[in-house]
Design a binder for this molecule. Structure first.
Ligand code: ZN
Ligand code: ZN
Length: 454
């Protein structure tokens, strides 16, 4: 929290960027009611961050159209993401009390701004978690996650050299936009950042295009899988498990999932060809990398390693202490495991969230053995979502519902956060990815989990 408070001060001191083409810093329309709330005075329910490990379902104002390219969307489906855990913990910089969270949602357009061309009232849409301008150098290449015109955070620009795009519901570090864990969303630059959902595709199969489908797909194609490759995936949450499936679809010969507990059984049930490695069952001397060497031909390790966990969760005491005292923001433990587990001139892709700096990083092994160490970036949703919808979801080659374990009402979302964070079980099942319905949702589609009441 100290870092969070300091980062908010730093933003004030450095001055907010003037690079944005839209109004950012509207993280809850109720905060500046006269400018950003719907003039009718109508209220909505939304999930707000109130402090470290503290979120609440609040009643706040429904948003209004602020910029000409905005639309207002009535939310019919949202979810919680592994990356929301970092917000919950206050591990992401520039959070403020009352920020509405959630970067994944689908819904029905209720109002359109005067400059919206591609959508009309009543269209069913899914939103990209990033907000991109649609006409800059990066947007022209569909690299929507690094659009430089939708996020004014000077702190982020200072830390990364450039900015990421603005993101829905993900703190003022990514623009300060009100998120999708709510009944209504103000969606900026709708024409570029929304995708129409075809009539034959239910919300449950479209929602995860907001993030995890595109993030897992991007992780695999950006790192590069060749026919027959042996691939190891660290973390079998929704992104990791989908990455395993994409790796097979892209020609991997073997895929090995690294995790522990119920997720291993869940992953095996969903992707039967997957091989498993329980990191908790391995002694320190052998280590995950030692085991992966034993599991591969000639003992050289895997061709490709994919990081789908994140750097916030240190395993050993030393990194726990360094994170707690601010000597690093992220642990290098998994990264070093991956480096040792990968063949010379093999490839490593980093998709799990890393926020800043890490210590004890094995740069020598990367240089000496020619490993390609790739930051996959925040996934450019615009680059992949039509391909995933048209080539995989509609023909049934990949069912996004393979990661959906629960259906929960928005009214229960504040109770869901700590359960999801602690990887607890609900109704006897671990929570991989829930579908969160609102009062506007359609009845559950075929194959949806039954509603769980918390
Ligand atoms: Zn997400
Ligand atoms: Zn742009």
């Amino acid at each position: 929290m100290a870092m969070n408070a300091a980062s908010n001060k730093a933003e004030q001191a450095l001055g907010h960027g003037e690079n944005t083409k839209i109004h950012d810093e509207i993280s809850n329309p109720g905060k500046q009611e006269s400018k950003y709330a719907d003039p009718s005075g109508e209220k909505m329910k939304a999930l707000a961050w109130m402090g470290k490990n503290h979120v609440e379902l609040v009643e706040t104002h429904k948003p209004r159209i602020v910029d000409d390219k905005d639309v207002i969307v009535k939310v019919t489906g949202t979810t919680i993401c592994g990356s929301d855990r970092h917000l919950f913990h206050g591990a992401i910089l520039q959070l403020q009390k009352g920020d509405i969270l959630g970067h994944e949602y689908c819904g029905i357009i209720e109002k359109t701004g005067p400059a919206v061309k591609n959508f009309k009232v009543g269209d069913r849409v899914v939103a990209s978690f990033q907000i991109a301008c649609g006409d800059c150098e990066f947007c022209d290449q569909k690299l929507s996650s690094v659009c430089q015109h939708t996020n004014g955070s000077t702190v982020e620009n200072t830390l990364y050299g450039n900015r990421t795009a603005g993101m829905l519901g993900y703190s003022h570090f990514t623009g300060g936009f009100s998120g999708g864990q709510s009944e209504y969303v103000r969606q900026p630059i709708a024409d570029f950042n929304l995708l129409k959902i075809p009539d034959e595709v239910p919300d449950e199969k479209a929602l995860y295009l907001s993030d995890v489908l595109c993030t897992s797909y991007h992780c695999v194609v950006d790192t590069g899988i060749k026919e027959g490759d042996v691939v190891a995936v660290w973390g079998l949450g929704a992104v990791g498990l989908l990455a395993c499936q994409w790796a097979f679809l892209k020609g991997a010969g073997r895929v090995i999932g690294v995790d522990s507990g119920w997720r291993l059984d869940f992953a095996k049930e969903k992707v039967p060809k997957l091989e498993l490695l329980d990191f908790k069952s391995i002694d320190m001397k052998e280590g995950v990398s030692g085991r992966l060497h034993k599991m591969t031909k000639n003992g050289y390790g895997v061709d490709v390693s994919l990081e789908c966990a994140s750097g916030e969760f240190a395993k050993g005491f030393i990194h726990k202490a360094m994170i707690a005292t601010g000597l690093e923001t992220d642990t290098s433990e998994i990264l070093n495991e991956m480096i040792l587990a990968t063949k010379p001139f093999g490839r490593i892709g980093i998709t799990g969230i890393y926020a800043g700096f890490t210590n004890n990083f094995n740069i020598g092994a990367i240089m000496e053995t020619g490993i390609r160490f790739i930051g996959n970036g925040q996934a450019p949703v615009k680059m992949h979502w039509e391909t995933i919808m048209n080539d995989y979801i509609i023909p049934g080659k990949l069912d996004p519902m393979m990661v959906m374990t629960h259906r929960i009402k928005l009214e229960d979302i504040a109770k869901l956060y700590p359960l999801f964070d602690q990887q607890a079980q609900i109704d006897g099942r671990g929570i991989e990815k829930p579908y969160i319905e609102t009062r506007f949702s359609q009845p559950a589609c075929k194959g949806s989990p039954a509603l769980s009441v918390l």
